[in-house]
Design a binder for this molecule. Structure first.
Ligand code: N01
Length: 534
């Protein structure tokens, strides 16, 4: 089945990026359709319903900026909104801007093929439908393809198995149950305190300890709302110029320029402010190991203060990466949860996981009986959502094969050999190292202007030159190599997926620098891109 039309734009995914792409396409006078695998809009915020799920960027920043009235109308109730509130916001946006009629829910895209003679993409869905469009825009998310851990016996577990990234709705009762959690990234760290409240016992299986800073979440008062509204234009302006897409200002000196007392005071202030920006207390924290060490030792002291059992505290302290080089976490009571007698930590580095059995988890040290297994085991990040789709370019090239050695993109927007295909928050863009909502707005606006420019020039196909993409991809890697990020075995470089090629995927230079480069290329006549007419 097909709707028989060749749309101007086909958007895959109806999360933050996809919904904005639909809205902006319509505003640009383009005919758009959006296909979404979930049965509701929201993308990551539709699927990640695990207990404790919240954004770790302040909600007033992690929200659309394209409509001032929307920005002023939506009263974020907390500093860091919960998943239900963010989902309600996205549903509101879909209704308010009339986006739903353009979105087909429950429609998973399995394949996409470019017809060179028609200069159009045809996508095939899991149900066998076909949809065509001149331009294909993947807003499939950077963290949306769940990683199923390769643990022997995992499929034979006879109890309930849940993935944080696909948490069931309604929430399953865990009362009276023995729950095990595998994974201590953001999802595990956010969910542990709430799982501990509900379960009869909770065993946390930790392979790599992670840094986490108390979120210090709080309700936003009417006075907060009024202040935020008054500050919004300036707040957004600063966010767009910044690295991380929020109006953060680091301490005005590098760590080495401070006296020990001054450094300690700055770190204490950063810690008391709460949240992930502790990772950016000093301006050189991601480039200078000594600066990072100051913050790392400070965070370690905090963990020792929060956790009563000295061995558990030592096990919870990361040993293998500088602070923040694996995505730093933010929590509400994570370390304190281990002070409860029914919560246990298993350090898999000392006591490795051998297998999952039908009734629990076996480590070298013994058997841990479980009724429920929670996998907070992350994602095939950045590329997984794209390479799981059979995407074929005009000369038969398959995206998964083209990226066999790692993703190559120009500006994180396009891939050579795949004309009229765009990615939002994909590899090579600031994406996960920035505020994904503002980066999505910036990229979608850029893409749509490019599409309209191509139309105005009568060009039917747009794609980057090989050399431009290779140069950009090398630049993304070099930018990362100038920081401490590559010192961690992180999902930023694909290290969490066995066999995945190592390439640092997000662009560390940040939103402000990235936007400036995109604008420079646009104003220079789209240097590095090929615009052709068939
Ligand atoms: O996933 P992760 P996540 N045996 O990859 C472990 C965003 N996010 O879903 O580190 C045992 O960070 C793995 O161990 P190791 C945010 O950007 C944001 O938690 O590979 N353990 C690790 O501990 C975040 O960074 C928010 O050694 C295994 C964990 O599973 C990103 O999403 C909330 C294993 C996976 O951690 C991903 O976070 C949630 C195995 N076989 C997520 N396989 C907020 O906005 C994997 N692990 C707050």
């Amino acid at each position: 089945m097909t709707d028989g039309r060749v749309h101007d734009v086909l958007v895959v995914g109806a999360g933050f990026a996809g919904l904005y792409a639909v809205h902006a396409s319509r505003a640009a006078g383009l005919d758009v359709v959006c296909l979404e695998a979930g049965d509701g809009v929201g993308g990551t915020w539709y699927f990640n319903r695990y207990p404790g799920a919240r954004c770790d960027v302040e909600s007033v920043d992690y929200s659309y900026s394209f409509d001032e009235q929307l920005q002023n109308d939506w009263p974020w109730s907390e500093r860091y909104a919960t998943q239900p509130e963010i989902l309600a916001y996205l549903e509101h946006v879909a209704d308010r801007f009339g986006l739903r009629e353009h979105v087909r829910l429950g429609t998973r895209v399995d394949a996409a093929e470019f017809d060179e003679s028609a200069s159009a993409w045809t996508v095939r869905t899991a149900a066998g439908e076909e949809h065509s469009a001149r331009h294909l825009l993947f807003a499939t998310g950077s963290l949306s393809a769940p990683n199923k851990p390769r643990i022997p016996g995992i499929d034979e577990f006879a109890g309930e198995t849940y993935y944080t990234a696909r948490w069931p709705d309604p929430h399953p009762s865990l009362a009276g149950k023995r729950v095990g959690v595998i994974g201590t990234g953001s999802s595990g760290i956010q969910s542990v305190p709430l799982l501990a409240e509900e379960a009869a016992s909770l065993t946390v299986f930790q392979r790599t300890a992670n840094y986490s800073v108390p979120a210090l979440n709080r309700r936003l008062t009417d006075a907060d709302q009024a202040r935020i509204r008054a500050e919004y234009p300036e707040r957004r302006r600063r966010a767009r110029l910044s690295g991380g897409g929020s109006p953060h200002v680091p301490y005005p000196k590098r760590a080495a320029e401070c006296t020990p007392e001054e450094r300690e005071a700055a770190l204490e202030e950063g810690w008391r402010a709460g949240g992930v920006l502790f990772g950016k207390t000093f301006p050189d924290q991601y480039t200078d190991l000594e600066s990072n060490d100051h913050a790392r030792r400070f965070a370690e002291r905090k963990i020792r203060e929060l956790v009563e059992d000295p061995q558990t505290a030592e096990d919870l302290i990361p040993t293998d990466h500088p602070l923040g080089t694996k995505r730093i976490c933010t929590d509400s009571g994570y370390f304190e949860a281990f002070n409860h007698p029914h919560v246990a930590l298993v350090n898999l580095r000392r006591d490795p996981l051998v297998r999952i059995t039908p009734d629990g988890a076996e480590t070298r040290g013994g058997h841990h009986p479980l009724d429920v297994l929670v996998c907070a085991t992350g994602f095939d990040a950045m590329t997984g959502a794209l390479t799981r789709i059979d995407i074929r370019g005009p000369r038969g090239a398959r995206l998964a094969e083209t990226w066999a050695e790692g993703p190559v993109t120009y500006l994180g927007l396009q891939v050579p050999g795949f004309p009229n295909l765009f990615t939002v928050n994909g590899p090579g863009a600031p994406s996960v190292l920035s505020n994904m909502v503002l980066t999505a707005e910036q990229q979608v606006d850029w893409i749509l202007r490019f599409v309209r420019e191509a139309d105005a020039r009568g060009a039917t196909q747009v794609e980057p030159r090989d050399d431009a993409a290779e140069k950009w991809t090398a630049h993304v890697q070099e930018a990362a190599d100038a920081t401490l990020f590559p010192r961690a075995e992180s999902w930023y470089l694909g290290a969490n997926i066995p066999g995945k090629p190592r390439r640092f995927m997000p662009y560390v230079a940040g939103l402000g620098a990235y936007t400036a480069r995109c604008e420079e290329i646009r104003d220079g006549g789209y240097e590095g891109f090929l615009l052709t007419t068939r």
